[in-house]
Design a protein. Structure first.
Lengths: 182, 301
């Protein structure tokens, strides 16, 4: 009985001192490879928030912050493909499935699975991806890679550009998060 | 025992409340307290020119725009000049974005052996969405043209400054929606030397421009410069141009019909002699090719 009470108190305290980690300068990039052309876009101003108590992870990227090798690519990306004036942000809202296995107090590399909804171009789709969390000295480096199909988010690539722009984009997310204090 | 059980139940209940408080994270990102971003209108026009005249758009910072522009002769020259195709006035231009908001350029025209140099500066940017409001974009455009032809009367004292022409222009544009963009361009032109003392040195005009996007890569444009100053020279007409923009990757092709043969501001605004009604219509094109000189900031990982 006493044990149960103790256990109960223990869980209560952990949830009261729930820890949120965040950053505003995370990285999100995508890469398109075709025989004709490689296209790369990088965004270094992406917001990431993780709530370790619940396993919630949320990411938000401003479309106009994606930078390309050429300014014209950026213009076409915003104007023709993701329509940034209508859909300014790409967001991800998901859960770290086995969040309990990550000990943010102990340095190490933790492998997890994240499931959630990615909203691009106003179209939301569920994704599951393997992610690693590298804990070291109070910081957490989160990293994952997955593929996004343009057609899944109603992004239309003209037939004559199919040789230049890949239908499947390799998305890389990487961010160093620190404990969030108000 | 019952008391204890009750106590534990209460505990669990409160834990439950806390848990509810935490799973209610529909917008976890809101803890960052970030404002809604400002999204500016971009690509109001496909090119830095509506047709002859400047559009509100600049080349991006670090980008070089190489422009080749041609105006063939007028259609009414008939079969002897292959409806104008035997004749051509042309301008070659190198234009560069110093920043996203400041561009400079230099061009050479064969008409009157002219060299033009200009700067175009974005002063206000139309806001599409966001916490700030700005219904229009506003730019300043200023250019100097040097005429290179031999002096009309070499026997008198001729000064270098007599070769110079200046243009000041405000570009006021609004992207009405994804397809339609409109622009008004109040213009002032100063000519240091004019033919007779009866002809005005200063010319005021208002430009009207518009584009309608048909597809992602194709748009139709129209442009009209209405002269306000009357005594500016014999047979000077308002400039009217109609055209299409075709975009393919790094190229923009602008094809048009116009009654102006010059491709710098003082030329097509204050020296257009062609008359649409008389068939002085010229076919012309601008080809724009952009090169990235400096990689955009923030591209690095």
């Amino acid at each position: 009985m006493k044990n149960l009470l103790f256990l109960s108190l223990f869980f209560m305290t952990t949830s009261i001192f729930a820890q949120k980690y965040a950053t505003r300068t995370g990285f999100l990039g995508f890469f398109s490879k075709t025989n004709m052309e490689d296209i790369k876009a990088n965004n270094n101003n992406v917001s990431y928030v993780i709530d370790w108590a619940t396993g919630d992870i949320q990411v938000s990227a401003l479309q106009t912050n994606f930078k390309f090798e050429k300014a014209l690519m950026e213009e076409h990306y915003n104007e023709n493909y993701v329509e940034s004036s209508k859909f300014p942000k790409a967001t991800f809202k998901g859960k770290i499935q086995n969040v309990g296995s990550v000990n943010i107090k102990k340095d190490g590399v933790y492998k997890t699975k994240i499931t959630g909804n990615l909203d691009i171009h106003g179209v939301s789709k569920s994704y599951t991806t393997e992610a690693t969390f590298k804990v070291s000295g109070g910081k957490v480096i989160a990293e994952t890679k997955f593929n996004v199909k343009c057609s899944d988010h109603n992004i239309k690539i003209e037939a004559n550009l199919k040789n230049n722009i890949s239908e499947s984009m390799e998305v890389t997310a990487k961010a160093e998060l620190t404990e969030f204090k108000k | 025992m019952i008391q204890r059980a009750f106590f534990i139940l209460t505990l669990i209940f409160f834990q439950g409340l806390i848990a509810i408080g935490q799973t209610d994270t529909t917008d976890l990102l809101s803890i960052l307290g970030d404002d809604d971003p400002i999204i500016y209108s971009t690509a109001t026009f496909k090119s830095t020119r509506v047709i002859n005249g400047q559009s509100i758009d600049n080349v991006a910072g670090g980008v070089m725009d190489f422009r080749v522009s041609h105006r063939f002769g007028t259609f009414n020259t008939g079969i002897h000049k292959l409806f104008g195709l035997d004749l051509a006035s042309m301008r070659l231009g190198f234009e560069y974005g110093v920043t996203d908001r400041v561009m400079i350029g230099i061009g050479r025209s064969n008409v009157n052996e002219e060299v033009d140099a200009f700067t175009k500066i974005k002063l206000l940017r139309q806001v599409e969405t966001g916490p700030k409001h700005m219904p229009i974009s506003l730019s300043y455009f200023g250019s100097t043209v040097m005429r290179g032809t031999a002096w009309a009367d070499p026997s008198r004292d001729n000064f270098f400054t007599s070769r110079l022409y200046f243009c000041n222009q405000l570009l006021i544009a609004r992207k009405m929606n994804d397809q339609l963009s409109l622009q008004i361009s109040p213009t002032h032109i100063h000519r240091n030397l004019v033919e007779t003392s009866a002809i005005a040195h200063d010319v005021l005009a208002i430009g009207y421009g518009g584009r309608y996007k048909l597809t992602r890569r194709l748009a139709v444009n129209a442009e009209y410069f209405s002269l306000i100053t009357k005594n500016i020279g014999a047979q000077v007409n308002n400039s009217l141009s109609l055209g299409v923009d075709l975009e393919t990757g790094g190229h923009v092709f602008q094809l048009h019909l116009t009654n102006s043969s010059s491709m710098n501001e003082k030329g097509f605004i204050s020296e257009t002699t062609g008359n649409w009604n008389k068939g002085d219509i010229q076919f012309g094109f601008n080809i724009s090719r952009v090169f990235t000189i400096k990689q955009p900031k923030g591209f690095e990982e």
